[in-house]
Design a protein around this ligand. Structure first.
Ligand SMILES: [Zn+2]
Length: 203
């Protein structure tokens, strides 16, 4: 466990928190906040959700690895959309865990992919392993419906944000550990159009 930042909630009669991802107290609040955001901004009618864990490995440069990951993820989603309209309504929200050991940082991304009615677990795994192709680098869980989204969010957000590292104390706030890609809303009219098209040949 990392210690609470010493001045968290102390100044200004406890009105302000430090907000650092290295602070135990702020982390608990942030986990609750992120879970609420998932239900408010990521849930959508007729969608299902797949948990994905991406192990980025150990690095001496945590910030560099995270920047590279964001760019790789954007490229991966853009490619998927170019190759198949089935990906148009897909989106991903995730959180990055940084664990420290022997001067190196182990980086893992914990994410939820929102899929429309057309994609399945195998499509997500296939797409992700095209970019992250080392053995066991990608783990894709079972598809869940909207009713199980709150529980899934608690697991994925919790796994990512409870990873403790002194490195987190150098961050200003939790936004550095969050990634989101894909539209907040889903156009069902567009999905209906795609449903009438023939099965695309993927990749
Ligand atoms: Zn704090």
């Amino acid at each position: 466990m990392t210690p609470e930042a010493l001045d968290c909630g102390v100044g200004w009669n406890g009105r302000y928190r430090c907000g650092s991802p290295g602070c135990d107290r702020c982390r608990k609040r942030q986990i609750r906040r992120e879970c609420r955001a998932v239900l408010k901004g990521f849930d959508a009618p007729d969608c299902r959700f797949v948990p994905v864990t991406i192990r980025l490995g150990a690095t001496a440069n945590a910030q560099g690895a995270i920047t590279q990951f964001r760019s790789d993820l954007r490229n991966r989603f853009n490619l998927c959309r170019q190759l198949s309209r089935w990906w148009f309504s897909a989106a991903i929200w995730g959180w990055i865990a940084v664990e420290e050991g022997a001067g190196r940082f182990e980086i893992t991304a914990h994410a939820i992919v929102r899929i429309g009615p057309l994609l399945g677990q195998a499509d997500v795994r296939e797409a992700m392993t095209r970019t992250w192709d080392k053995p066991d680098q990608i783990e894709v869980g079972s598809v869940v419906g909207r009713i199980d989204l709150p529980a899934l969010a608690r697991i994925m957000v919790g796994q990512a944000l409870t990873a403790s590292s002194q490195w987190h104390l150098s961050l200003q706030d939790f936004r550095s550990l969050r990634f989101r890609y894909g539209g907040a809303t889903v156009s069902m009219r567009r999905v209906a159009q795609v449903c009438r098209e023939p099965m695309p040949t993927l990749f």
